[in-house]
Design a protein around this ligand. Structure first.
Ligand code: SF4
Length: 194
């Protein structure tokens, strides 16, 4: 027996509601002009994903289509109706996640503002990763504590804190915690608790 999905049910409901309205208004359905609506996402590729914003982890469907020039066009992102977490719904933030990819104001390169400068300048990933590594090493060297006030051996870095992202996968969270604890950093937080 064919399974009726939540989405099928919504479609059936929408058609039924439209028929009722037309009948109630007294239109002659036989003579009504058939208007076939072509959805913008008709025939698009559906890719399932997870909202990147918070720890609720709502499921998304991204609709893409290959353009004539071979590039992939992102048409729409919406909640996944088959998800037991959000059942097709998204909060206003998640509902605008399409703009993460398509906004004209999206920042596409690292930006750097020198100490005292008023403007940002573009930088390469190599530049910023080298700079981050340098600052992290320097901060750790300057603030590493081997023995606390009571004479206990603690071997910890007190000058650096780490905040993980709510959209981390298990593996990303595990790896991040390994690296950060390996550096002796003890101030570890998570975006979802802030
Ligand atoms: S849609 Fe809203 S509630 Fe759901 S994961 Fe995204 S930000 Fe969180």
């Amino acid at each position: 027996m064919a399974t009726l999905t939540r989405r099928d049910l919504l479609k059936v409901g929408a058609v039924g509601a439209a028929s009722l309205t037309v009948s109630a208004l007294g239109f002659d359905l036989a003579q009504a002009v058939e208007v076939k609506q072509q959805l913008r996402i008709a025939g698009a590729t559906e890719t399932h994903s997870v909202c990147p914003y918070c720890a609720v982890g709502c499921s998304l469907i991204a609709y893409t289509r290959k353009a004539a020039n071979g590039s992939v066009e992102l048409l729409q992102i919406e909640g996944d109706p088959d998800s037991p977490i959000n059942e097709g719904r998204l909060c206003p933030k998640g509902a605008t996640s399409l703009q993460l990819a398509t906004s004209s104001r999206r920042v596409e390169t690292p930006l750097y503002r020198a100490p005292g400068a008023k403007t940002w300048q573009t930088a390469t990933w190599d530049d910023v990763l080298d700079r981050l590594a340098r600052h992290l090493k320097d901060s750790r060297d300057h603030t590493f504590v081997t023995i606390d006030q009571n004479g206990n051996v603690v071997n910890r870095c007190e000058g650096v804190a780490f905040a993980g992202g709510a959209a981390f996968s298990n593996e990303e969270g595990y790896l991040s915690a390994k690296i950060i604890r390996g550096l002796g950093i003890v101030f570890i937080e998570q975006q979802a608790r802030v």
